[in-house]
Structure formats: structure tokens, C-alpha cells
Design a protein around this ligand. Structure first.
Ligand code: ZN
Length: 162
């Protein structure tokens, strides 16, 4: 990582750990899922209130490392108020970028999430960063829980068409 990217990355991770966005629970979620990354011990719960295909509310909570928490916080901020199709596009772009399949420059919707673009060089941390996105995918598909070690491990197989 260049010094600037490294500094920005650390600043963003610290900021979202100090003040995670949309942290907590929803009273009446329409969708929810639980995500586990056994390699690190990350375990998050994600809840959404979707009306007319729009994500009106989203919240997460759980026990996770700084990278997972920052990724979840930034994810909720990025998809809140968005159409579910836009959120699904972002899931694909983020997972492809974090796993090194494409660059942030080739990910038109990625925005500030590009701070995670160099994480593909750290395989152990990639799973921490993509767990929230994997969990969001599971929530859309109404799966109760997901794991980075499941058969649909996005490190091994591309996510299916959402
Ligand atoms: Zn982690």
C-alpha cells in the first residue's frame, strides 16, 4: 500500500470503530441474517426494513474485529435508502474488489469503500471485510445464517446472480 492509502485506510477503520454507523437492532425487520467468520471470530447480526424494494432501515450488531466492524458500518451507510438492486450491485463490486478480481477503478459504485481495495493482499483479512456483504446477500435471500466457511464461500465461488 502507498503511504497515503495506508493512512486513509487506518483513519477510516478507526473512525468507524469509534462511531459505527447504524449500530444496533431494528424493532420490526423484514429481513435479517447472521454472519460468522470462524477464522477470526467475527459474528454479526444484520437486520433490514425493506419497503417497495428500498432499504428504509438497516442495522447491525455483534462481536467482530475492527476490519469487519468498519466494513459493516460503511456497508450500512452505503446501502441505506438505496434500491435493493443497487445494493446487490454494490455487493458484487465490493466482493470482487476485496478479493482482487477487479480494481476499485473498475467498480463504478464503490466510492469511499475503495479504502478496502488493497485488502486482497491480506487473505486472512479479506473474509473479515466481506463478511457483512455476504451477510447482506444472505438477508436478501432470506437465509437465516451464513458463514465464510460455508459451501458458498465467496473466496472460492463467485456469488450467484442476485
Ligand atoms: Zn475479523
Amino acid at each position: 500500500m502507498s503511504t497515503n492509502v495506508q493512512a486513509l485506510y487506518q483513519e477510516v477503520i478507526l473512525d468507524h470503530n469509534r462511531k459505527p454507523r447504524n449500530y444496533g437492532e431494528l424493532a420490526q425487520p423484514s429481513h435479517h441474517a447472521e454472519g460468522v467468520n470462524p477464522l477470526c471470530g467475527d459474528h454479526i447480526h444484520l437486520a433490514l426494513e425493506i419497503q417497495n424494494d428500498t432499504i428504509e432501515r438497516i442495522a447491525f450488531h455483534g462481536e467482530s474485529c475492527a476490519i469487519c466492524k468498519a466494513s459493516a458500518s460503511m456497508m450500512t451507510a452505503a446501502v441505506k435508502g438505496k434500491h435493493t438492486d443497487e445494493a446487490k450491485t454494490l455487493i458484487h463490486e465490493f466482493v470482487d474488489m476485496a478479493t482482487g478480481r477487479v480494481t476499485a477503478g473498475d467498480s463504478p459504485h464503490i466510492g469511499r469503500l475503495a479504502v478496502f481495495s488493497n485488502i486482497s493482499a491480506l487473505p486472512m483479512r479479506v473474509k473479515c471485510a466481506i463478511l457483512p456483504w455476504h451477510t447482506l446477500q444472505a438477508a436478501f435471500h432470506a437465509e437465516a445464517s451464513t458463514s465464510t466457511e460455508a459451501e458458498a464461500d465467496p473466496m472460492q465461488t463467485p456469488l450467484g446472480d442476485a
